[in-house]
Ligand binder design. Structure first.
Ligand SMILES: [Zn+2]
Length: 300
């Protein structure tokens, strides 16, 4: 059965006028239930993880600063959310959704998290709405428990996975792969193990052919025993932050390519959802829902 991490805290209340579309975390599970893609049984509720899991990625100082709300104002501004205890709790609970999802992926081939993909979180600081790096935490968890050795992170959010790249920069056991908009945030990019930076307005065909050429080859070379997929839908042309030009259908084909590849090659995959900032919330929810629809079609 497809297991999906979701906790009501995922939809954190932000001050009016904040530009982050927090309501997608509430609407997506409702949509999946309404249309019959998922039933209540598909969802599981993550909780507070053991702090050791977080500290395999993040520094004690950064962790303490977040939990004690003592982060300096400059570092807090970089994150872009008004920091609160609930927001910090939310992010560790999301990380737990990814940790527990990893175990479900080993059992079922795939699992999802209705949040996460917080790839701008570095070892010792957060950026761009990311406090803790959920998939990095999941990767280190799997290795610590000896459930996986070689891990591949496939980050197809429009923004480069700069935090993920930094966390694993000296770690050959985790291969970081990011396909992103060349002119999108972050403007000073980190070096992933493989970066593909695309021009503004790149459309479906060009995008999909790059991915088709790269991903299976990469898996054959690296031979990962576990894959993390960051399926941000901010590659769609209507996205307010992204500069690429994919259609919703092209974005779905991207997901299909990744999930079919993982399925055919029998490598467990955990998906976190990442960004999506189209002005119409329906576009965002529908594009994210496609990832779940495909997971059900391909795996179950
Ligand atoms: Zn993004």
């Amino acid at each position: 059965m497809l297991k999906i991490a979701y906790h009501p805290i995922y939809k954190h209340h932000l001050p009016d006028g904040h530009r982050f579309p927090m309501s997608k975390y509430d609407l997506l599970p409702k949509q999946l239930l309404y249309e019959g893609t998922c039933e209540e049984d598909n969802f599981f509720t993550p909780d507070f993880p053991d702090q050791d899991h977080i500290l395999r990625v993040h520094t004690q100082e950064y962790y303490d600063d977040l939990f004690n709300l003592t982060l300096n104002p400059r570092a807090a501004r970089k994150i872009g959310f008004p920091l609160s205890k609930e927001l910090v709790d939310r992010e560790v609970i999301i990380a737990d959704g990814t940790i527990k999802g990893c175990v479900f992926s080993l059992e079922n081939g795939i699992s999802m998290n209705i949040a996460g993909g917080t790839h701008h979180a570095y070892t010792g600081h957060g950026e761009a709405f990311c406090l803790f790096n959920d998939q990095a935490i999941g990767a280190r968890y799997l290795q610590h428990k000896k459930l996986a050795n070689k891990i591949l992170i496939v980050d197809l959010d429009v923004h480069q996975g700069n935090g993920t790249a930094e966390i694993f920069q000296n770690d050959d056991s985790v291969f970081t792969f990011s396909v992103h908009g060349k002119n999108n945030y972050p403007f000073k990019k980190e070096v992933s193990d493989l970066d593909i930076a695309l021009d503004d307005h790149t459309e479906d065909e060009a995008y999909l052919s790059v991915l088709k050429e790269t991903l299976p080859k990469l898996i054959n070379q690296q031979k990962p025993d576990f894959i993390f997929y960051l399926s941000g839908v901010d590659i769609i042309k209507t996205d307010k932050l992204g500069k690429l030009g994919l259609s919703v259908q092209g974005c779905k084909q991207r997901d299909e390519l990744v999930l079919e590849t993982c399925h055919n090659m029998q490598i467990p995959v955990q998906c976190s959802m990442g960004g999506g900032y189209s002005p119409d919330l329906n576009t965002i929810v529908n594009a994210h829902a496609n990832t779940y629809r495909l997971a059900q079609e391909i795996y179950f």
